[in-house]
Design a protein around this ligand. Structure first.
Ligand code: GL7
Length: 833
């Protein structure tokens, strides 16, 4: 009866309210149709993956209907739009999130069960879209959810990596990397838009010419190579809204005339080989978190996606507004770290070379359009590109950057007439040695707003990393403390707790997280507390099953689940956590009869493939696990688990089942952290330092409900200034000495006595992350944690208070702040049909 190939699953668009039975049968009909027309199968041959794909198409069709109405509304209202530019979007699986945001989750579960299908099983068939490294990429994904939920017109621009973050395997305790072939079964969530293709230039040279009928000289860029960008659109639903925004990811393809010279010379294979070089640009995500890799391909990736996106923004703006004069009134472009900072130079190039703007006008438009978010204080993460490489790849941009710099430094000189050092620090070009382009400086100069991601981080930016810019333009700076979406990080990942909360205080918390405060009124209700605890216990049982299924370790579900999940990095100090585990183990071996509070210490996280020390820490965790988990002396009381291939899907299992959240970075090093927020939202208590957003989390939940330890940022700095001597901690702390001695003894590295020497050296020679200095305080604080855990009722009360008081860390609050203070964008709600 229907000429279209797919049947949209449009419950409310049926015009009449469907009764439950009719809804279920409509869902089932859509599923059967999609199975037939999308997968080309019927029930006889369909496997679970076919059903997943059919279901995904059902959801996607509904999202597309909403998307089409959204696009029309935005165009009609001439709405100001946020363009969030990010080299990473760590979206996590889409199906469960789509069902939740569309309000279809429960109906779908029943409809599927009715035909013998298990929704949970189908959800597991979806490949994880791991297009990011860690916190920075996941933040961008949470922001997309909140932007749409708040009905703010937005496009997320990024890269469609063919291979996302590598798959982490553990072989003999070592990390081994395998390619992430996430697209091999296709991706039902994306729609390629070859009609919106753009052409991107690389290399070559520039030349001056005179336009006909014009006296002024113009510059044109004669590239050596061109590449085509094809947008792939992923619809982004919000919770309980008709609005659907877009994530637009660019794929690189060879230009039509991929290599005409070679082709014409009869070198067909040579011409096709060039095509492969173009397509390399979006092949693979660089797996480094917090360190830059000065690789040419990385700069190509950055320029490629930014240039594609700016052409797209200009196309859309001209379609709706006719001229670029008023670009800043209708477009707010946010730079997620410096990765897209080349956009400042590219927009200048487009305005001046392609649209004939004068420099001053172009510069004003550019500065008013861009905002820059800094995400790290770590010096090794500040991007700097060699001038040689830059000039080779982007000759016109280098000229423009020189001109920006020339004008900028002239202005600085007027303000600080006799301060050459300051000029040198502010310059977009680093001199001395190989000259390099400083991307953070370009981002600061080219933006009207600069922000950090937690209060402490922003203060440190102003005092240290960006101090000179702060002194120049204090009004550009503001703080925007990070947040997380409560849809994925409570409603979706912890359905039992979400339901208890909604039964207790209603469900307004889903879009107004501050409403969790109402839980405090129920703190003295014993039935409520028992229900809370029972849910945590169930979640722990199901994690215990997952651990057993994935790594074969049996853990005690009544033990405290002590969890550290994040990228492996020295500054995050997984090493200090392992040292604590070894210390606990030593105690149990020495005094087997002593009373202990049983713990399961769980680690998860990837190490950058080139980061030897981080990989050695992974090996140490696994080696300690091997010894501890097989020693009958500690049976039932201590287990160590390293879960391979930590990703968003695994995170969704871990946060709900955690008792203790490890947030133990060296003070002053973690810009914010966002996992810390996900733990607290799910009722885990934090052991942490005064770092990043921990400071604000502790302020919100109350000092009594947070396990604080360790040196402050100032103390770390003071300690380093006088020269920190790690040996004195070794000599004066017998437990610490024993712990390091056990590692040195080779207990954890049979047959390889020197394996962990680099770790011991790092601790005892310079201890750059103050593990030795903070160790005693950490162990003592962990004892306090254990004693508190023994009083289970007290622990549950503290857990409830953590959840109840975490509302500030909703990404909805963060995005509302950006919208009001930086982007000046307003909600444009789309009317229902
Ligand atoms: C990070 C910070 O390290 C992290 O603390 C922060 O929460 C996150 C989002 O703002 O950004 N910066 C960074 O380079 N990466 C991060 O995760 C990779």
């Amino acid at each position: 009866s229907n000429t279209t190939t797919e049947v949209p699953l449009s419950l409310e668009s049926a015009g009449v309210a469907l009764d439950a039975e009719a809804q279920v049968s409509q869902i089932q009909q859509a599923l059967v149709n999609n199975l037939y027309w999308v997968q080309g199968k019927d029930e006889q041959f369909a496997n679970a993956h076919d059903y997943y794909t059919a279901l995904a198409h059902s959801v996607r069709n509904q999202l597309l209907q909403k998307r089409i109405r959204t696009a029309k509304t935005y165009a009609q209202e001439r709405a100001k739009t946020v363009y969030y530019m990010s080299a990473e979007f760590l979206m996590g699986r889409q199906l469960g999130n789509g069902l939740i945001n569309l309000g279809l989750y429960d109906t779908m579960r029943h409809a599927l069960a009715d035909c013998g299908l298990d929704l949970d099983e189908l959800l597991e068939r979806e490949a994880e879209p791991g297009l990011g490294n860690g916190g920075l990429g996941r933040l961008a994904a949470c922001f997309m959810d909140s932007l749409t939920t708040l009905n703010l017109p937005a496009v997320g621009y990024g890269i469609r990596y063919e291979f996302g973050i590598f798959t982490q395997l553990i072989r003999q305790g070592h990390q081994v990397e395998a390619p992430d072939k996430w697209l091999s079964y296709g991706n039902p969530w994306e729609i390629a838009r070859p009609d919106y293709r753009v052409e991107i230039k690389f290399g070559g040279h520039t030349e001056v010419y005179k336009k006909d009928g014009d006296d002024d000289y113009q510059v044109r860029w004669i590239p050596a190579q061109t590449v085509i960008g094809i947008p792939h659109d992923v619809p982004v639903p919000g919770y309980g809204t008709e609005n659907v925004n877009l994530l637009r990811l660019w794929k690189a393809e060879a230009g039509e005339a991929f290599d005409l010279d070679a082709f014409n010379a009869g070198d067909y294979f040579g011409a096709v080989a060039n095509k492969m070089i173009s397509e390399n640009i979006t092949k693979v995500l660089y797996p480094n978190d917090e360190t830059r890799q000065g690789k040419e391909l990385r700069l190509q990736q950055q320029y490629f996606f930014v240039a594609c996106s700016l052409q797209d923004i200009i196309r859309l703006h001209l379609r709706d507004h006719g001229s670029l004069e008023n670009l800043a009134e209708f477009a707010a472009i946010q730079l997620n770290d410096t990765h897209p900072a080349i956009g400042v130079a590219e927009l200048m190039r487009l305005l001046i070379d392609e649209y004939n703007f004068e420099w001053a006008a172009a510069w004003q438009i550019t500065q008013r359009t861009f905002g820059y978010t800094n995400h790290t204080l770590m010096p090794e993460a500040l991007e700097k590109w060699s001038v040689d490489l830059f000039g080779k790849l982007l000759p016109r941009h280098l000229e423009i950057i020189y001109e920006i710099n020339h004008r900028f430094l002239a202005q600085v000189k007027l303000r600080y007439p006799n301060d050459p050092d300051r000029l040198e620090r502010l310059s977009l070009i680093e001199e001395g040695g190989e000259r390099r382009v400083r991307m953070a400086n370009l981002a600061c100069v080219g933006s009207h707003a600069i922000n950090g991601v937690a209060a402490l981080h922003t203060e440190l930016l102003k005092q240290e990393v960006l101090q000179d810019f702060y002194e120049l333009w204090p009004d550009k700076f503001s703080n925007k403390t990070n947040g997380i979406t409560p849809r994925r990080w409570l409603l979706q990942c912890n359905p039992r707790l979400a339901q208890l909360i909604s039964e207790t205080i209603g469900d307004s918390w889903i879009t107004n997280l501050d409403d969790l405060k109402q839980l405090e009124a129920h703190l003295d209700n014993e039935v409520f507390r028992h229900a809370w605890q029972a849910i945590k216990q169930e979640n722990k049982w199901s994690l215990a099953r997952y651990i057993h299924d994935t790594v074969g370790i049996k853990v005690n579900p009544d033990s405290m689940f002590d969890v550290q999940i994040k990228r492996i990095h020295e500054y995050k100090r997984q090493l200090m956590n392992v040292l604590h585990v070894i210390t606990l183990y030593n105690r149990m071996v020495q005094n087997p009869g002593d009373h202990v509070v049983p713990r399961t210490v769980i680690f998860g996280g990837k190490a950058a493939p080139g980061y030897a020390m981080a990989k050695l820490v992974v090996k140490l965790v696994n080696a300690v696990a091997d010894v501890v988990n097989n020693d009958p002396i500690v049976a039932g009381r201590l287990k160590v688990v390293f879960l391979p291939n930590y990703n968003v899907s695994q995170a969704q299992r871990l946060f709900p089942a955690s008792d203790l959240s490890e947030q133990i970075s060296t003070a002053g090093m973690e810009a914010s952290g966002t996992g810390n927020m996900k733990f607290a939202l799910n009722g885990a208590l934090t052991i942490g330092t005064l770092d990043g957003a921990n400071v604000e989390i502790r302020e919100e939940v109350g000092a009594d409900n947070f396990f604080l330890f360790g040196l402050t940022t100032e103390q770390v700095a003071a300690c380093k200034a006088v020269g920190h001597n790690p040996w004195c901690y070794y000599d004066t702390n017998p437990e610490l000495k024993r712990t390091l001695d056990v590692i040195a003894s080779g207990l954890f590295s049979p047959g390889e006595p020197d394996l962990f020497l680099p770790i011991l050296d790092s601790l005892l020679v310079d201890d750059p992350y103050m593990v030795m200095a903070d160790f005693a305080a950490y162990v003592q604080c962990q004892e306090h944690v254990s004693r508190t855990y023994e009083d289970r009722d007290r622990w549950v009360r503290m857990a409830i208070l953590n959840t109840a008081r975490i509302g500030k860390f909703s990404a909805d609050r963060t995005i509302a702040d950006y919208a009001r203070e930086i982007w000046k964008v307003k909600a444009v709600p789309v009317a229902g049909e």
